[in-house]
Design a protein around this ligand. Structure first.
Ligand code: BGC
Length: 271
């Protein structure tokens, strides 16, 4: 028996050099998983990912940083091959990496559109495909949880709430929503669970401008009936739960974690 929830499991977390990805890597490792801390191949991201790995090992966990641009097929394949080489198997994929390129539609370049779709949607396809191939190669004697593998997508409230000036981002997250559910339907008979979290406004670098000043924060809080911004740990604990056997009967579900943002608070007493 392993005392920790995810003991002996191997997890890849994409985009884990900062924000929700970093918190998720730490949370999975604290539950006993060996974590591949994926990061974009830049010097800054490498330094941040290495810092996360150190934090995990200082706390007694196991993690390694692996660079890969998840929108590139060759780099994704290399990261999964390295994971299988080093650790022999994969149990959990957290499809977290995501970017924003805001612009009005009349100013949005094809490159702005394509970059967001490539990372947020195609990257999640490439990683999911590689993960499923790895799960299906598991021998049942190596199985350490109810499912043979589980995938968790980090989507967004903007799979639900339209987002002006971020039409590329909203389109990518809307795509993730039905990609996730279709994949869940396809893979359930193989005992692979597929779910997503849909975070609202979480205090991370991607939306720094939305919470950096008191004025901005006050504006933001008008959209959040629960009255506070989310913290990365609000999301990472839900991801740990979705990855664990406690969620063994959960597949095809999007868990909205947003302090009520999708409750459309402007309608309170109005409309
Ligand atoms: C975006 C953040 C935004 C939040 C709520 C997220 O998906 O990445 O920039 O603050 O949605 O609007």
């Amino acid at each position: 028996m392993h005392s920790k929830t995810l003991g002996q499991q191997v997890a890849i977390v994409t985009g884990a050099s900062s924000g929700i990805g970093r918190a998720t890597a730490i949370a999975l490792a604290m539950e006993g998983a060996i974590v591949i801390v994926n990061h974009f191949p830049s010097e800054d991201d490498r330094i941040n990912a290495e810092a996360g790995v150190r934090e995990i090992s200082d706390a007694g966990g196991r993690a390694v940083a692996v660079a890969a641009d998840i929108s590139r097929e060759d780099q994704v394949e290399a990261m999964f091959a390295e994971t299988l080489d080093r650790f022999g198997k994969l149990d959990i994929l957290v499809n977290n990496a995501g970017i924003e390129r805001p612009a009005s539609i009349q100013d949005m370049t094809l490159a702005d559109w394509q970059a967001v779709i490539d990372v947020n949607l195609t990257g999640q396809f490439l990683c999911s495909r590689a993960a499923v191939r790895a799960f299906l190669n598991h021998k049942s004697s190596e199985q350490t949880s109810g499912a043979i593998g589980t995938i968790i997508f980090v989507s967004s409230v903007h799979a639900i709430i339209p987002w002006a000036f971020q039409t590329n981002y909203a389109a990518s997250k809307g795509g993730v929503s039905l990609f996730m559910r279709s994949l869940a339907q396809e893979l359930a008979p193989m005992k692979i669970r597929v779910n997503s979290v849909a975070p609202g406004a979480i205090r991370t670098p991607i939306n720094h401008e939305a919470w950096m000043s008191d004025e901005k924060m006050a504006q933001l809080l008008k959209l959040i009936p629960y009255g506070r911004i989310g913290e990365p740990e609000d999301i990472s604990r839900a991801i740990v739960w979705l990855a664990s056997d406690a969620a063994d009967y959960v597949t095809g579900t999007a868990l909205v974690i947003d302090g009520g943002m999708t409750l459309y608070p402007a309608f309170r007493g109005e409309g």
